[in-house]
Design a protein around this ligand. Structure first.
Ligand code: FES
Length: 166
């Protein structure tokens, strides 16, 4: 993504922040929507758009686990492993994903590059444990291991979203 595209996204919100540093996160999140991850050019473009160094921008990007510095799958599936979900069987969901996709401990990117599965801490859906989130905007539960298999099938069959918000 170019610095101009990022500037066009963050300019309308500049007045909301006293310091340009505060624009780094929204700029990174937006830059990531194009490919689903951030490469060196994206980090440089964000640095240019917010007026900070690439090193500073990279330090922010490497801190947050929802910002990806390596290629990911078309969709990201986050399995909650915090207490409520764990007690209600999230380890069983990961075991099924491991068996089905061949991912060690159920996490990683599938061989076909379609899906990235990761563990997540509490997703705020404890009353519907065990739960799973797809990208950042769909959280669902309670899910059985069979439900998760169906979900993976559906995600594979679906189109790549126009913008990859993670
Ligand atoms: S513990 Fe899983 S959503 Fe809260």
């Amino acid at each position: 993504m170019t610095a101009d595209e990022i500037r066009a996204h963050i300019d309308p919100m500049r007045h909301e922040f006293a310091e340009s540093r505060s624009l780094v996160l929204p700029a990174l999140k937006f830059a990531q929507t194009e490919k689903g991850h951030l490469d060196r050019d994206d980090l440089a473009a964000v640095a240019d758009a917010v007026g900070l160094t690439s090193a500073y921008v990279e330090s922010v990007a490497s801190f947050y686990d929802r910002l990806y510095l390596k290629p990911t799958g078309k969709r990201i599936v986050s399995v909650c492993v915090t207490l409520s979900c764990l007690l209600r069987g999230s380890d069983e969901l990961l075991r099924r994903i491991e068996e089905r996709e061949g991912l060690p401990h159920g996490v990683g990117t599938t061989d076909d590059g379609e899906l990235t599965v990761q563990e997540a801490q509490c997703l705020g859906y404890c009353d519907r444990a065990p739960c799973v989130q797809v990208d950042v905007d769909e959280t669902m539960g309670p899910l059985s291991a069979d439900d998760v298999e169906r979900l993976l099938d559906d995600l594979r069959a679906g189109d790549r979203p126009e913008r990859l918000w993670r």
